[in-house]
Design a protein around this ligand. Structure first.
Ligand SMILES: *[C@@H]1O[C@H](CO)[C@@H](O)[C@H](O)[C@H]1NC(C)=O
Ligand SMILES: *[C@@H]1O[C@H](CO)[C@@H](O)[C@H](O)[C@H]1NC(C)=O
Ligand SMILES: *[C@@H]1O[C@H](CO)[C@@H](O)[C@H](O)[C@H]1NC(C)=O
Ligand SMILES: *[C@@H]1O[C@H](CO)[C@@H](O)[C@H](O)[C@H]1NC(C)=O
Ligand SMILES: *[C@@H]1O[C@H](CO)[C@@H](O)[C@H](O)[C@H]1NC(C)=O
Ligand SMILES: *[C@@H]1O[C@H](CO)[C@@H](O)[C@H](O)[C@H]1NC(C)=O
Ligand SMILES: *[C@@H]1O[C@H](CO)[C@@H](O)[C@H](O)[C@H]1NC(C)=O
Ligand SMILES: *[C@@H]1O[C@H](CO)[C@@H](O)[C@H](O)[C@H]1NC(C)=O
Length: 635
């Protein structure tokens, strides 16, 4: 994941001939000689299976790009032209981006992204190949980018995958990107029209104001907050090098904007790839260590408008497929590695600063960040179809100070570094559009506790991160009555124990126990509907590996993956047990309750050919064996 670091490695091989030092663990590794008898050819990342498009919906698949990424470090992204399919016009019920890749040889994991006219659609990282070859497919619901897909300003899709190919690292990544469009069949659009007001029209009953339907639909306009320098040469992402390295873009938004959300994409690399396990500089200095993975273990991504803080988040500590122990991630990729989480920051309270037809500066930075972070964002805007004269003003703005306490103790290579961080912010602002005068209040509380501890003369390392972010958004009508409420809680627990022992011939034996989670709960309540979504994705892994330089030469591991998603009408669970690259069990359980306004038949079509227990609460059950590696959604 660290092109710059790798370059150093190539130029100064002698510096890296020493065995992995304790302070360098975790590190990035490529699996060169580990036993591969059981190595899988197909990698996977269990996620909720994308909804099947409704029956009889017209659908079209547009192959957009096909490219082999050889020695591409520093090169311009691969580009292809894109136009929406004539046979499947918008509005779409579902749009899916498919990124499929294959690679054979030896290679590190690499970062990649897909942009449409500079707006990012997918941030991903690659699996590490074997000489026999591996492949995998990422499928992402990109319906929220409908505005851009419908009328792309330039019609250029770009893919950047920074790879380095030489005598030792031979793997070339072949990538295909396609887009799949599903229309809305007439029986559904008729049902939608009769069950609620038409899109974009709010209730005109002054006694019972409502959010317009368009509020919860894909935005009307998406403006990239990305690096367009040299037409995206080197990728459209901003490269953030340190805590004071803020990157920004000036944007002028339409004066009909009534809602704004900034969606941020981030991935840490090089010295910050394992930011959650970095010791403070004092430890590195006192021990005369050469590592540059420092600056302690707290990071927070901050968004600003005209240099004013408007939101922040602790990024999910994503692990790439070469990270910590690459054998853990064969063939189940680490959480989010194939489709990195993005982070939405509600900017509606700040529309008062933005809708004046002037250019405003949207900035991105990383608290305590060191080289390097790849960061960019999409500004999603919802427009009032009836007036281009929206008025807005910022109301209360509670200066959101970061409270951070650090307790450090060191004695030579032993040390204990604890950080507690907390940030609470509360903003409100009103927006008067043709829908009414709505006030949006956003309250956020972010709490993180991080511990990095070295014991046993630095040979043992314990890392733990508990990050939790709660966001509550209330939308009030002129009457002060709450007409919309969204509550979201995200938690990212990570714990890691590593023991390093010196082996023979300059090797190290590294034993790791890991537990990692991504849990997000979202509750939405409006006068028209209520919804509750819960995602809980967890991995535990343990095992050992023998490493020589950055190569894994032997090892044995076991990983358990448990993915759970539920909302008011379904529950989906997939658990996978893996040992030394072989899938021991892959169990899927799904159940559906009756959908509001739809009969069991509708619930049953979701079972997609699997047995359906019909009636009121339809349930489909699958017990997949080892063969069902691709998951039930791809059958
Ligand atoms: C990409 O598409 C081509 C043509 O359909 C196909 O031969 C190739 O196997 C695909 N590669 C991947 C990685 O999916
Ligand atoms: C931060 O990074 C920027 C961009 O590389 C550089 O110009 C600046 O000098 C750096 N600042 C510090 C304090 O290192
Ligand atoms: C670090 O280097 C300095 C200067 O060479 C030396 O005095 C000190 O003892 C070294 N510290 C350790 C822990 O090796
Ligand atoms: C909109 O509502 C807010 C809060 O009630 C009020 O302060 C503001 O004056 C109203 N704006 C307009 C244009 O009516
Ligand atoms: C490291 O941790 C392991 C497992 O807890 C323990 O057995 C071992 O003694 C520790 N090593 C050192 C050098 O403290
Ligand atoms: C260490 O290297 C020597 C000489 O190349 C070799 O004979 C020996 O088998 C190696 N030991 C291990 C454990 O790989
Ligand atoms: C890998 O480790 C296993 C178990 O310790 C051992 O039997 C095997 O010989 C090792 N393989 C290599 C290539 O060193
Ligand atoms: C999958 O189901 C089988 C049979 O019920 C069970 O033995 C196994 O432990 C399950 N695997 C997981 C990962 O839950």
């Amino acid at each position: 994941m660290a092109p710059l670091y790798l370059l150093l490695l190539l130029i100064l091989p002698s510096l890296l001939a020493a065995p992995a030092c304790a302070e360098e663990v975790p590190d990035r590794y490529a699996v060169l000689q580990a036993p591969r008898a059981a190595a899988a050819k197909e990698y996977l990342d269990p996620t909720f299976p994308l909804p099947q498009p409704p029956p009889a919906a017209p659908s079209c698949t547009v192959p957009v790009l096909s490219y082999s990424f050889g020695d591409t470090y520093g090169a311009a992204p691969a580009k292809a032209s894109y136009a929406p399919p004539a046979g499947c016009p918008a509005p779409w019920s579902l749009v899916v981006l498919t990124f499929s890749a294959s690679c054979a040889g030896d290679q590190y994991d690499r970062v990649a992204a897909v942009w449409l006219d500079g707006a990012e659609l997918l941030r991903t990282t690659t699996a590490e190949p074997t000489p026999e070859g591996v492949r995998w497919t990422v499928r992402k619901d990109v319906t929220r980018y409908s505005a851009l897909l419908r009328s792309p300003p330039g019609g250029v899709l770009s893919v950047m995958l920074e790879n380095v190919v030489n005598d030792k690292y031979t793997g070339v990544y072949s990538v295909n990107v396609s887009l799949e469009f599903h229309g809305t069949p007439p029986y559904l659009s008729d049902a939608a029209a009769s069950s609620s007001s038409p899109a974009g029209v709010a209730s005109n009953d002054p006694e019972a104001p409502m959010l317009p339907d368009s509020y919860f639909q894909p935005a009307d306009l998406i403006i990239p907050i990305s690096d367009g320098i040299g037409n995206g040469k080197g990728g459209y992402w901003f490269r953030i090098q340190n805590a004071s390295d803020s990157h920004s873009k000036f944007v002028t938004i339409p004066s009909s904007t009534y809602r704004a959300v900034l969606e941020v994409f981030v991935s840490p690399h090089s010295n910050d790839e394992y930011w959650y396990s970095n010791p403070p500089d004092i430890y590195i200095k006192e021990n005369n260590l050469t590592t540059r993975r420092g600056n302690a273990a707290y990071r927070e991504v901050v968004v600003s408008v005209d240099h004013r803080f408007v939101g922040s988040f602790v990024p999910f500590p994503v692990i790439y497929t070469g990270g910590i122990n690459p054998l853990f991630w064969q063939p189940v990729a680490a959480l989010g590695a194939f489709d990195l989480p993005t982070y939405d920051v509600e900017l509606t309270p700040f529309l008062g600063l933005l809708v004046d037809s002037n250019a405003h500066e949207i900035g991105l930075s990383v608290v305590d960040g060191i080289a390097e972070w790849l960061v960019d964002a999409n500004l999603h805007l919802w427009l009032d179809p009836s007036t281009s004269d929206v008025h807005a003003a910022l109301g209360s703005y509670q200066t959101p100070r970061l409270k951070i306490s650090r307790q450090y103790s060191t004695r030579l290579l032993e040390g204990r570094f604890k950080i507690k961080a907390k940030r609470r912010s509360s903003f409100s602002g009103w927006v008067k559009s043709s829908f009414g005068n709505f006030t949006t209040e956003v309250e956020t509380e972010l709490k993180a506790t991080s511990l990095v501890e070295f014991t046993g003369d630095g040979k043992n390392k314990t890392v733990s991160l508990e990050a939790k972010q709660e966001t509550k958004t209330l939308i009030r009508a002129d009457t002060r009555k709450v007409i919309g409420k969204v509550e979201r809680e995200a938690k990212y627990p990570l714990s890691l124990f590593t023991e390093t022992e010196d082996g023979e011939n300059g090797t190290s034996l590294i034993t790791v126990t890991l537990s990692h989670g991504l849990s997000v709960e979202t509750e939405t309540e409006t006068r028209a509907f209520e919804s509750k979504e819960k995602l809980d994705d967890r991995q535990t892994a343990e095992g050992w590996m023998v490493v020589m330089d950055h190569d894994v030469v032997n090892g044995s591991v076991a990983t358990t993956q448990a993915y759970r998603f539920s909302d008011e009408d379904r529950e989906y669970e997939r658990t996978i047990d893996v040992m030394d690259g072989a899938v021991l069990s892959d169990n899927v359980t799904e159940s559906f309750s009756a959908l509001a306004g739809a009969g069991a038949a509708d619930a049953c079509w979701r079972c997609r050919g699997r047995s359906c227990d019909g009636a009121g609460a339809a349930a489909c059950r699958v017990h997949a064996g080892i063969a069902a590696l691709q998951g039930p959604d791809q059958d």
